[in-house]
Ligand binder design. Structure first.
Ligand code: MG
Ligand code: MG
Length: 265
């Protein structure tokens, strides 16, 4: 069952998503070598609750944290820990909020200090692929057009591995609604996109091969070859000529640039 949103609902989902964006932007000011993901997770939870919302991930199917913190070879769903971030790490911070009954969901991958040129390129291309996917999220296109645009840019053009087992998704009153939004697929295939469809688009792109496994914690998804993986996510609403992006990287990117401990691609 697909729930198409009214304009009022879209505005509520936007508010929730802008709080997610503000939360990640807040963390962007705190990221540096020596900080732990547990410290960051606590800051995120306080920030979200101080803004009258609840963390959407905490307790979702038993997930124990406010944020998914996925470092280097971790693709998504990583746990916060007491390990310190170090120079050369990349960390995907993915979080969600429930505000006025509607979920926001967005993610951004940061680079701590100096990272290898190949990893810089991975971050740049993964973020580009997110926007190429969003360009396809317009009335009359199909889910496969989004999937194709992401796969074409990352796998066909740059030789990266596109994770198959995890996808983007509808979002609204629930964190995961129909439809699935794969990051690979064929043009012109799949569900026809209609006005008011709200989906999270989230390329998960591996520097090496596409294969992954799930860690012993039953959550953390890790690349099988141990190479780094990048992840960027926006929640968007399908519209006639141009998708409406409900989350925002503007403040995140400004804080990333202003933080001397972060490398911005
Ligand atoms: Mg997410
Ligand atoms: Mg998501």
């Amino acid at each position: 069952m697909i729930y198409y949103k009214t304009n009022e609902e879209v505005e509520l989902i936007r508010k929730s998503n802008l709080l997610v964006s503000a939360t990640i932007a807040e963390l962007a000011t705190r990221l540096k070598p020596g900080v732990t993901t547990n410290q960051l997770d606590a800051i995120a939870e306080t920030f979200i609750r101080d803004h009258g919302a609840t963390p959407a991930f905490k307790g979702f199917r038993g997930f124990p944290f406010t944020c998914c913190m996925s470092i280097n070879a971790a693709v998504v769903h990583g746990f916060a820990t007491d390990d310190e971030l170090k120079d050369g790490d990349i960390v995907s911070i993915d979080t969600g909020t429930v505000l006025n009954g509607f979920v926001g969901d967005s993610a951004y991958t940061f680079a701590i200090g100096e990272i290898e040129p190949a990893v810089q390129q991975l971050l740049k291309v993964t973020k580009e692929s997110l926007y190429l996917g969003i360009e396809q999220a317009i009335l009359g296109n199909r889910i496969g057009d989004i999937s194709w645009a992401i796969q074409e840019h990352t796998e066909k053009k740059h030789g990266y591995g596109v994770v198959r087992e995890l996808t983007g998704h509808g979002v609204g009153k629930s964190l995961h609604e129909e439809p699935e939004v794969p990051n690979y697929g064929r043009r012109g295939n799949g569900l026809k996109l209609q006005d008011g469809l709200v989906i999270a688009i989230e390329p998960m792109i591996n520097l090496g091969k596409k294969d992954i496994f799930c860690a012993d914690d039953d959550w953390t998804i890790i690349t099988s070859d141990g190479k780094p993986s990048a992840h960027f996510e926006h929640s968007i609403c399908v519209r006639r000529n141009k998708a409406d992006i409900l989350s925002s990287f503007v403040e995140i990117e400004a804080n990333e640039k202003a933080n001397p401990n972060l490398f911005s691609v």
